[in-house]
Ligand binder design. Structure first.
Ligand SMILES: [Zn+2]
Ligand SMILES: [Zn+2]
Length: 329
């Protein structure tokens, strides 16, 4: 089969690769659409020791089942594979399973390919009238859905009265904003420094998007979501959140710096780390998408998988206004 293979820092090659190994309980998916994630970029730059070359990256996949009793079914896939038996899995926090695997990390190859293997229990059926390009957004949006669900438990006010600020207008940030709206938060603003992306989001979503320089009302936000995760963005979050407020942290940019722990202590600010989504979150997100509750999902750009290397380079240069590039094998 053809695949886009990661060969080392900033090196991707489109060429022949082995057909995926079919483990017990797996199904093979013929990939229709696969999104480029921030974590793929991280690996591409050589910053992720968990993803050593050579490797097929990509975990945001929609496609059709090949063979078996579901042959031809259109699906989106939950790429997180968990054990199902440990305390985390049995208490509904399966995203924290110590044995979790994700496709695109050994031993599982990823979805920048014609075919990918995934346990049958990880596939979610996509209705006939819903585009597979958009169905591949279930994974990044589920991260936002999960964060919105955890935030809901931590904020003191009724969600309809909450002022929320999302830092970062990539797919994770947009997914959080759409999820919060779906949960009943009416006042959601995205902070995005890239002017091209700001304009793009104003045209393709209904969400207010502003330049970080225009954020004048400090200490007045009930809920700040950092969907970037660098010292600089955590600093913004620490400043923007109001006394008694909540900071949700999704971004995996850099490990340290930026939080004003003294202010957080004196003002009783809650900090919540959030990682991926549970299997239940993934299904809820997919259903909300299919029912149109997360908007028209027009903030994606599609390109051929064969031109994937250029797409990575363009994202690296900040030259992509769309919040998500979806590659098509
Ligand atoms: Zn992702
Ligand atoms: Zn487990």
């Amino acid at each position: 089969m053809k695949a886009l293979v990661y060969l080392g820092p900033e090196k991707l090659a489109f060429g022949d690769a082995d057909y995926p190994i079919h483990k017990n309980g797996d199904v093979i998916i013929k990939v229709n659409s696969v999104g480029i994630c921030g974590s793929d970029m991280h690996a591409y730059l050589g910053h992720d020791e968990r993803r050593p070359a050579p490797l097929i990256l990509g975990h945001e996949v929609a496609g059709t089942v090949v063979g078996g009793d579901k042959d031809g079914q259109r699906v989106t896939i939950n790429p997180l594979v968990t054990c199902g038996n440990c305390p985390a899995c049995t208490s509904g926090r399966d995203n924290l399973c110590p044995d979790r695997q994700i496709i695109s990390m050994p031993p599982r190859e990823g979805g920048f390919a014609e075919f990918v293997a995934i346990p049958a229990s990880n596939i979610v059926h996509v209705p006939d009238d819903f585009q597979l390009e958009k169905a591949s957004l279930a994974e990044p949006i589920a991260c936002g859905w999960h964060a919105a669900r955890l935030a809901q438990r931590a904020v003191i006010k009724d969600l309809s009265e909450v002022r929320a600020l999302v830092i970062g207008g990539g797919a994770i940030g947009v997914g959080v904003a759409l999820s919060l709206s779906c949960f009943g938060v009416s006042d959601v603003t995205i902070l995005e420094p890239n002017v091209g992306r700001r304009q793009y989001l104003l045209q393709t979503t209904q969400i207010p998007v502003i330049d970080p320089d225009d954020l004048d009302d400090k200490n007045q936000i009930d809920l700040v979501i950092d969907a970037v995760g660098y010292a600089q963005t955590r600093e913004v979050a620490s400043r923007a959140v109001n006394p008694g407020g909540v900071i949700m942290h999704i971004g995996l940019g850099a490990a340290e710096g930026g939080l004003d722990i003294r202010r957080m202590t004196l003002q009783e600010i809650t900090f919540i780390g959030t990682y991926t989504y549970t299997a239940a979150d993934f299904i809820s997100t997919s259903q909300a998408m299919f029912q149109g509750k997360l908007g028209s999902l027009d903030w994606i750009e599609t390109r051929p998988l064969s031109e994937g290397a250029k797409a990575f380079a363009d994202i690296r240069q900040g030259a992509v206004p769309a919040s998500k590039i979806v590659l098509k094998p």
